[in-house]
Design a protein around this ligand. Structure first.
Ligand SMILES: Cc1cc2nc3c(=O)[nH]c(=O)nc-3n(C[C@H](O)[C@H](O)[C@H](O)COP(=O)(O)OP(=O)(O)OC[C@H]3O[C@@H](n4cnc5c(N)ncnc54)[C@H](O)[C@@H]3O)c2cc1C
Length: 476
């Protein structure tokens, strides 16, 4: 039988999350990926919400906690006007000015992505998702203004067609083009190239910061240092697109050059050797990875993860935006498949919330790229930012609700959902087109919007209409 409720294209964290949360509702879900697992990926430093609340919804928190991943309490920076004055942005919610973490402060992990993604995929299978690997989706089937399925080729080159009530594109940066669902607009400000490799025997920050992601700037680049195990460390440089010629002459030499410019990371690598074990034996590059799709959904189709949007790597927000966005999309897909909401109402809610999250990280990154500040002002700026996002606690401001059997879709709700999504589409468009300098307040805060729905206690649904007076306000 080739008919599914949901077909998801791409089995990274976004695709696996969406597929799992919809399968948990008893729907028939097919997840396709062109590669075989486990597969190498970049994106190793995670935010707490992914490995805590999101993992709870998926039922894999304990598996992640006991996997032996390096515990990360936050990020430590040599950044700004006094590079010797290292400062740390930790994940605890503490008063401005207080630097120590409370004992129960949330933590996260640094993960070799092939291991982490494999857990998500195995869990998807256990929760009822049908997974087919080495299957490349070649086209989205569109008819009469709606998407109704996909075409794909299996590893022998045999063509297949499947029908789906909804198709999700979770294809990552190398997006499958679909006529429906808008276009990709690249960031004017974040035109960067990432160059990254792996070392054995690198030094660490002092405990308790030894699992933290460490960032160091130099004149024309910045470096990351991410401990992945006792032996292994991920080292990456982010340079301007203007330096592409140097990178093209040789990625390994370009990375070595950037390391030479950053004395702290160079010191931590003084006794280290390049890793020679696959998949960590190569120095790789990625470019043009900051962008936003003009629309995240169209009738019968939705985009999640990097297939929808991504911005810069400095705040480690990629896997968070991918999994949080997939959770939002799953709530909306469940509402549509269950006949509880119209597609427009449900999908606007997903798109609005993901756009707001993207907007906040974009704004935070524009601030952090201002390297003319001192440590105290960065910490205060980032703490305010993180408290407005769902990166540490997903929707922690909302009261959880039991699911109402039906949500009455009034014309007021529809008007609100349209106004929400339109204002955030316009806001994100202004952000990606902004080409001025970096700074804490170079753009206005995102519009204060009243969400249309609130989430259920189990996180898998939109439970009820949100009161019109409750706005998702964003402090400066
Ligand atoms: C240099 C760099 C550093 C980064 N560092 C971090 C970090 O420290 N922390 C962080 O959170 N994020 C980081 N990111 C971002 C992170 O890598 C991504 O945001 C994340 O992997 C997105 O997940 P995804 O599920 O959307 O896509 P992916 O994980 O890319 O998965 C997409 C999947 O789709 C499959 N696919 C594609 N096309 C097809 C097709 N036609 N048919 C079938 N299957 C298909 C692919 O094989 C792939 O498995 C970084 C990104 C870059 C560029």
């Amino acid at each position: 039988m080739n008919r599914y409720d949901l077909v998801v294209v791409g089995a990274g964290p976004a695709g696996a999350t969406l597929a799992t949360v919809v399968a948990l509702e008893g729907y028939r879900v097919l997840l396709l990926d062109r590669q075989a697992s486990p597969r190498y990926k970049i994106g190793e430093s995670l935010l707490p919400a992914t490995v805590r609340q999101l993992a709870d919804v998926l039922g894999i928190r304990e598996r992640i906690r006991t996997a032996g991943f390096v515990v990360k309490r936050g990020a430590t920076f040599s950044w700004g006007i006094r590079p010797d004055d290292l400062w740390t942005m930790n994940f605890g919610r503490v008063a401005p000015g207080q630097r120590e973490l409370p004992p129960n402060a949330p933590t996260s992990f640094n993960v070799p992505r092939h291991e982490f993604d494999q857990m998500f995929l195995e869990n998807a299978v256990e929760r009822g998702v049908e997974v087919r690997e080495r299957c490349t989706v070649t086209a989205v089937r569109e008819q009469a203004g709606t998407v109704g399925g996909v075409r794909y080729e299996d590893e022998r080159g045999v063509a297949h067609e499947v029908d789906a009530r909804i198709v999700a594109l979770a294809t990552g940066q190398g997006a499958l083009s679909a006529q429906m669902g808008g276009t990709r607009e690249y960031s004017t400000f974040f035109r960067k190239i990432g160059i990254f490799g792996y070392f054995e025997g690198a030094g660490r920050l002092q405990a308790p910061l030894d699992g933290n992601t460490f960032f160091e700037t130099s004149d024309r680049a910045w470096l990351w240092h991410i401990p992945l195990s006792d032996r292994l460390t991920s080292i990456g440089a982010v340079v301007d697109a203007a330096d592409a010629a140097r990178v093209q002459r040789g990625a390994r030499q370009a990375l070595a050059h950037c390391i030479d410019q950053c004395p702290m990371v160079a010191g931590m690598l003084s006794q280290a050797t390049p890793c020679t074990t696959p998949p960590f034996d190569e120095v790789r590059t990625r470019s043009e990875y900051s962008y936003c799709q003009t629309r995240f959904w169209a009738p019968g189709i939705v985009r999640v993860g990097d297939a929808a949007c991504f911005v810069d790597v400095l705040l480690s927000s990629g896997v968070h935006l991918a999994t949080y966005g997939a959770l939002l999309a799953a709530r909306s897909v469940n509402a549509v498949l269950g006949g509880r909401l119209s597609e427009e109402l449900a999908m606007n809610e997903f798109e609005t919330r993901l756009r707001l999250e993207y907007a906040l990280f974009y704004r935070g990154l524009l601030g952090l790229y201002d390297t003319g500040r001192d440590s105290q002002s960065y910490v205060e700026f980032l703490r305010r930012l993180l408290q407005n996002t769902n990166g540490v606690f997903i929707e922690w401001r909302e009261q959880p609700r039991a699911i109402e059997p039906t949500i009455e879709a009034t014309s007021d709700l529809l008007a609100r959902s349209r106004s929400n999504v339109e204002s955030l589409r316009a806001y994100n468009t202004r952000q990606v087109r902004y080409g001025g300098g970096a700074g804490f307040d170079v753009d206005e805060p995102p519009p204060a919007i009243a969400h249309t729905f609130v989430a259920s206690t189990d996180g898998r649904h939109w439970a009820a209409a949100s009161p019109a007076g409750v706005a998702a306000t964003v402090s400066r």
